[in-house]
Design a protein around this ligand. Sequence first.
Ligand SMILES: NC(=O)c1ccc[n+]([C@@H]2O[C@H](COP(=O)([O-])OP(=O)(O)OC[C@H]3O[C@@H](n4cnc5c(N)ncnc54)[C@H](OP(=O)(O)O)[C@@H]3O)[C@@H](O)[C@H]2O)c1
Length: 330
Amino acid sequence: MKAAYINQTGPPEVIIYGDLPTPKPGPAQCLIKVAAVDMNPIDTYIRSGMIAAELSFPYILGRDLAGRVVESGRDVKRFKPGDRVWVTGQGVAERQGTFAEFVAVDERWIHPTPANVSDEEIVAVSLVGTTAHVGLERHAKLNAGEVLFVNGGSGGVGSCVVQIGKILGARVITTAGCAEKVEACRKLGADLAFNYKTEDVDGAVKKFAPDGVNVLWETVREPNFERTIPLLARRGRMVVMAGRDARPPFPVGPFYVKDCSLLGFAMFNSNVEEQDAAAQDINRWMGEGKLKARIDRVLPLSKAAEAHRLQEESTVHKSGALAGKIVLKP
Ligand SMILES: NC(=O)c1ccc[n+]([C@@H]2O[C@H](COP(=O)([O-])OP(=O)(O)OC[C@H]3O[C@@H](n4cnc5c(N)ncnc54)[C@H](OP(=O)(O)O)[C@@H]3O)[C@@H](O)[C@H]2O)c1
């Protein structure tokens, strides 16, 4: 089968698009013919060696997939050949990465795809939607009627946090880096959206929520706590989930006197049950048209190196060139 893989970490040029053996599914696995995969910033950190990951080479890139079951192991109960499915959280531990024509996946990681949702749409929401769901429901415990401020609402994670925040009944404020992306955030349902490069965001947030923000979701990789802690309400919760190398100053006084909480989390720590609960809501919301994918472009899988370059430029080097997810098709 064709796959996009690496034999060493390094720049996007280390990515090889070539032939690898088609995997054989174990008793509890399904063999899935992949229809679509997507890029996540973490793919670039792993490929470049920016984060230490135990990789065995050849290492197939990619976390998520959408496709169709072509074979199921004898112990598989919920899926049969022909079923449309999606998966996130692969490419770690013993799990094969997804940038390939075929992937063998344990049944417990597999979710059905709603009939009226395309492979491209579901894969574009898979990891980022699960992240937004786990962060808002499990960690921040967002309540209906609360004010949610998403700092960076136009990206992969942020666009799902905005939409799921609205679905859960919050009043949502968000920021983006240009007029088109601000407008896109409004279309995703944000009550207020501002250009973080040209507008007085903090003033606008304070005007909208004079008592402060109940949940502040930070998507940027270098959080500015000096700026954001004063925006929090009494008992406000702040979510941080990006910026492994970030070491910003933290103003303790303004934080503790308001009974605030800081919540860090990584989606890959959530267990199968937590991810499954998120998947059920994501499927329902996407099937009902309440949660939408934000896709920048669709490329052939043979362009995996180009996809890595674009994602790295946009997220790590902050060009902001992408307006949503990159989806690739084998
Ligand atoms: N902890 C976890 O479980 C988890 C899961 C997924 C991702 N992540 C991490 O979360 C981060 C975001 O991932 P992603 O997939 O959403 O990336 P992305 O699609 O590239 O989005 C990045 C976002 O950051 C915004 N941004 C950049 N500079 C900003 C600033 N100064 N102020 C406000 N917003 C700013 C961008 O806005 P514009 O484009 O509008 O400028 C964009 O909305 C990455 O570091 C990723 O590794 C963590």
